[in-house]
Design a protein around this ligand. Structure first.
Ligand SMILES: [Mg+2]
Length: 361
């Protein structure tokens, strides 16, 4: 068994601006595992700093190196790995990186594409787009272009104090087209009036307006506004999703496998949501082509019903680390047919964007 962590830094085409800051590079941990003639890949969704959640690249690397890597030395089933890793509290992004590596490995071992390996599939993913904050003119330009390109839903990032101006501007640019907003935790219950003012824009949903680990206040907000609430940061597990659903804190869930300890938990959340009539979709964390391939496989699952933030890679990067990036056709992306995640690593490009590399096993 060989396990390598490549730390890569890839420039973004344009800075991605959210309520927690602007990002102009994606610094990612890409994992490569070689075992019995199979090479598997995965990616941690952590970034340079703990701004989306408490984990970042440094904590994820530390947790993986010190506590998790040893538990995959015999390439166990993903569920077995999670069981072994239970004694490590939290650090779900670190766990997800290895859990997903094992899904790619086992799908490759069977010679099956990951999207089929995980079970019931639609065979393709509905694609939406997430657009960061920019000048009003720029946002009108980007959102109109997204409609023309065939995306199934547009999501724009909002920030406290600018929410109504942003939504009004975008709405006037795209008419009735399905639109949602993502606040990335920027509001509190005290901002109820400002959030209620968005009801008139007929949004598909409002994503994570309140704190990153909150359920209770979201349940209260859901009673006060008409716009459906989607939870992202707050949903870290099936158990947390159950609590959110039971307390009526949301009617939509954004599932990011990299946030919820991987594919096992993602599928479990999606199935439970389906049973309760809750909508689900697959979010993104500016992943390279490796992480994106996982997201698209999951977004093709029959248990996922809303379009995800799974734009083709060229939206964010000039050049990715995979040779066969995804292409969108009429608002859909078809997963790769090769075994596992199906993407082919561009070794030359990977070499060029690698900051450092550590062998863990
Ligand atoms: Mg979000």
């Amino acid at each position: 068994m060989e396990l390598i962590c490549h730390r890569v830094s890839i420039p973004l085409k344009t800075p991605f601006v959210t309520s927690f800051g602007a990002q102009d590079y994606r610094v990612a941990l890409v994992f490569e595992m070689k075992h019995k003639g199979i090479t598997a890949f995965s990616e941690a969704v952590t970034d340079k700093g703990p701004f989306y959640s408490y984990e970042d690249n440094t904590t994820a690397f530390h947790i993986i190196e010190a506590y998790l890597a040893e538990h995959i030395s015999d390439a166990p089933e993903p569920s077995e790995f999670l069981e072994r890793a239970r004694y490590v509290k939290g650090h779900l992004m670190a766990k997800a990186a290895l859990e997903m590596l094992l899904w790619d490995y086992h799908a490759k071992e069977e010679g099956t594409p990951l999207y089929r390996y995980i079970g019931q599939t639609n065979g393709k993913a509905q694609v939406g787009i997430s657009i960061g904050m920019a000048t009003p003119e720029e946002m009108r330009k980007q959102t109109s272009k997204a409609v023309e390109m065939g995306y199934k839903r547009i999501k724009v990032k909002i920030k406290k104090g600018r929410e109504e101006e942003i939504v009004r501007n975008v709405r006037s640019s795209i008419g009735d087209f399905p639109l949602s907003v993502d606040a990335n935790t920027d509001f509190t219950l005290e901002d109820t009036d400002a959030l209620r003012a968005l009801d008139k824009f007929n949004l598909v949903y409002m994503e994570q307006p309140l704190d990153h680990d909150d359920i209770i206040d979201h349940a209260e907000l859901a009673k006060r506004i008409r716009t459906p609430i989607c939870l992202d940061e707050s949903i870290v597990s099936t158990d947390r999703a159950r609590k959110a659903i039971q307390s009526k804190a949301c009617t939509v869930i954004n599932i990011k496998p990299g946030r919820v300890s991987g594919f096992s938990e993602s599928l479990s959340i999606a199935k439970m949501a389906r049973e309760h009539g809750i909508h689900t979709w697959v979010g993104g964390m500016l992943e390279t082509g490796v992480g994106r391939a996982f997201n698209i496989s999951l977004a093709s699952s029959a248990y996922i019903d809303f379009p995800g933030d799974t734009s083709p890679n060229e939206k964010y990067f000039e050049k990715d680390i995979v040779k066969n990036p995804f292409e969108m056709d009429d608002g859909f992306i078809t997963p790769m047919e090769g075994p596992g995640i199906g993407v082919e690593i561009d070794r030359e490009r990977l070499e060029k964007v690698t900051i450092d590399r550590v062998r863990l096993l």
